[in-house]
Design a protein around this ligand. Structure first.
Ligand code: CA
Length: 225
């Protein structure tokens, strides 16, 4: 899942990037409102974490502008100020959730996951493809009755594919959402991780859920293969 963090306190921004990356998110940073708005318009994020007090354009302005343009990406606002006035203000301009600094990192991650679940209202919170089940909040994967242990990156890749099950997703799309938009290593890393995943969710069960669509990308079969 691809997250944009717009935060001018660079230490905090970097800490969030490190922490969220370790949770398997693909994180990009912007340090002022103008850059944040630019990135939010250019790219397709799954969640935006948006500080209220920012140089050049406030978080409120960024949020209001995106909503006015019909961009409904889930937005979690961060503010140093406590008080119901801010909260009402933030939600009024179209933010989805609101967190007051200093916040607990665990709470932040829980709120982001809640927004991701809410972001796909047509899908149940546990993602399924046949007998393959992925629970984004419990961080568990099962094939039938068997628990499958995945690394954070494998988990993110499978979650991304399951949220788009039966769709063909390109390697680039996967790189941008599961790694990050500025990943400049070998794009074949996707192939490598698809291989890892197959050896965990398909091969031992004699199944073929994770399919290669030649020249186009990959597809996770909605029936579980
Ligand atoms: Ca700030």
């Amino acid at each position: 899942m691809r997250v944009l963090v717009v935060e001018d306190e660079k230490g905090l921004a970097r800490a969030l990037q490190r922490g969220l990356s370790a949770e398997g998110f693909a994180v990009e940073l912007a340090h002022d409102g103008r850059d944040g708005l630019f990135l939010a318009r250019e790219n397709d994020y799954d969640v935006i974490v948006l500080d209220v007090m920012l140089p050049s354009l406030s978080g409120y302005r960024v949020c209001r502008t995106l909503r006015a343009e019909g961009n409904w990406v889930p937005i979690l606002m961060l503010s140093a100020k406590d008080g119901e006035y801010d909260q009402a203000d933030g939600l009024d301009i179209g933010a989805d959730d609101y967190l007051t600094k200093p916040f607990s990192y665990v709470v932040l991650v829980a709120r982001i996951r809640a927004l991701l679940r809410r972001g796909a209202p047509a899908r149940p919170s546990v993602l399924t493809a046949g007998d393959l089940e992925l629970d984004p909040s419990a961080r568990t994967v099962r094939r039938g009755a068997v628990d499958v242990a995945l690394t954070a990156r494998e988990f993110s890749l499978l979650e991304f594919l399951m949220r788009r099950r039966d769709e063909v997703v390109s390697k680039l799309d996967i790189l941008q959402h599961v790694w990050d938009a500025h990943y400049d290593g070998d794009p074949n890393v996707v192939e490598v991780y698809v291989g890892y995943l197959r050896r965990k969710i398909d091969t031992p069960f004699g199944r073929r859920a994770l399919q290669t669509v030649r020249g186009a990308g990959y597809r996770l079969a909605g029936d579980g293969g």
